[in-house]
Write a protein that binds this ligand. Structure first.
Ligand SMILES: *Cc1c(COP(=O)(O)O)cnc(C)c1O
Length: 381
């Protein structure tokens, strides 16, 4: 059998379950939902969804209706009912089709509200929906004049069974930022006068912050996948995603040898240079080539020279002699190389590094790395 030469993403399903339990144990509101947009942040929702469902997750948040259908398909037939909420609103699918497939759209405009009202009237049945209120992000949801209009026309909500009022904070990674506090105040003020429904505002950083920021229903993505969006909270999350790529060749070169396109790097000494099959075409951020590292056999080695579409060069001169061979797996982030620090080095958020690279990689699931260490509170023993 031939060895795979592409990127390999190892998804640790035990670590995912630990993070779910940790978030669940911290949360003081009514329910935690899992955000599985973009194919569960690139990890693959077909294996992420069943694990979360088995761990007790009953709310899944997706971007598009199509992804909602994929979540439905991934839920085991015998699983207890789970709500699937669609963040982009009706997004080209009718309310009747959403309802038929058990999808709850998060409505984003008064036009969508009107179309659901009309559908409920036609079908003589109320429709379950959430409604997005735009409290200051200017992205999706009802703006203040829309909210005022709703308050003046309560009949506009006839036939809508509202499960959640939703808002998204502009500084999702800094829930104490004054802009976020203003958004929360606006959200509280608006929802106090609107029909009662769960208030859904906290994302990962909000749940890891203190209880007054939790709200009724949390929408958590990053934390489940091991990304601490607010690292100052010191929450230790289990590493879920490890990305590796194989070494293709190792060459010994003299001092002052140009490495890679444009000769951007010249060896300062006689060096061992390993070529690794990973590049920007695999979704890796190009700035990683400046100051980034990989880990080989437990040793960090610097990336040198320019990153190509599918190749990068690593200086392995300081590794034990003979340690690195073609076929060895170089870790780009994961159990040995913290994704958050890799992202910081690239000047990006961890999700911005994870999603493009994980999405393109071949995926393999394991449950072996933290066997039996999930306690009820999700703490790693
Ligand atoms: C991505 C997203 C989330 C999840 O945020 P995390 O920081 O990954 O927990 C929640 N709500 C909305 C609207 C989102 O777009």
């Amino acid at each position: 059998m031939t060895r795979s030469v592409g990127l390999l993403l190892t998804v640790d399903l035990d670590a995912l379950r630990c993070n779910w339990q940790r978030v669940q144990a911290r949360f003081t509101g009514q329910c935690v939902g899992a955000v599985v947009k973009h194919d569960a942040y690139g990890l693959g929702l077909t294996h992420v969804v069943p694990v979360l469902a088995a761990a007790g997750c009953r709310y899944f948040w997706v971007d598009t209706p199509q992804r909602g259908l994929a979540v439905r398909a991934a839920l085991p037939a015998h699983a207890p009912h789970a709500d699937v909420l669609v963040l982009y609103g009706l997004a080209g699918m009718s309310m009747a089709d959403h309802a038929a497939h058990g999808l709850v759209p998060v409505l984003t405009s008064l036009e969508e509200v009107a179309s659901v009202r009309e559908s409920a009237r036609l079908h003589h049945t109320p429709h379950r929906v959430a409604i997005h209120l735009d409290t200051g992000l200017t992205r999706l949801g009802l703006q203040e004049p829309d909210v005022v209009a709703l308050l003046n026309h309560p009949d506009w909500l006839e036939g809508l069974h509202i499960t959640d009022w939703v808002t998204q904070l502009s500084r999702f990674d800094a829930p104490h930022d004054p802009a976020c506090l203003r958004q929360r105040a606006r959200f509280a003020q608006w929802t106090a006068r609107l029909p009662a429904a769960r208030r859904c505002v906290a994302t990962s950083a909000g749940v890891l912050a203190e209880p007054p920021l939790h709200g009724d229903h949390a929408r958590v993505g990053a934390a489940l996948y091991g990304i601490d969006t607010a690292p100052d909270h010191g929450q230790q999350l289990a590493v879920v995603a490890t990305l590796t790529a194989p070494v293709l060749q190792v060459v010994a070169v003299p001092a002052d040898t140009a490495v890679g396109y444009g000769g951007l790097f010249r060896t300062p000494r006689p060096s061992l240079i390993a070529t690794v099959a990973a590049g920007y075409g695999d979704g890796l951020p190009m700035p990683l080539a400046q100051g980034g590292q990989v880990v080989l056999h437990g040793h960090a080695a610097p990336i040198v020279g320019a990153m190509a579409m599918g190749l990068l060069s690593v200086d392995v001169t300081d590794l034990p002699a003979g340690a690195v061979r073609p076929g060895d797996a170089a870790e780009l982030y994961g159990t040995h190389l913290n994704l958050n620090s890799v992202a910081r080095r690239a000047g990006l958020s961890a999700a911005a590094v994870l999603v493009p690279s994980a999405s393109r990689a071949e995926r393999r699931c394991t449950t072996a790395s933290v066997p039996g260490v999930c306690t009820a509170s999700g703490v790693l023993a």
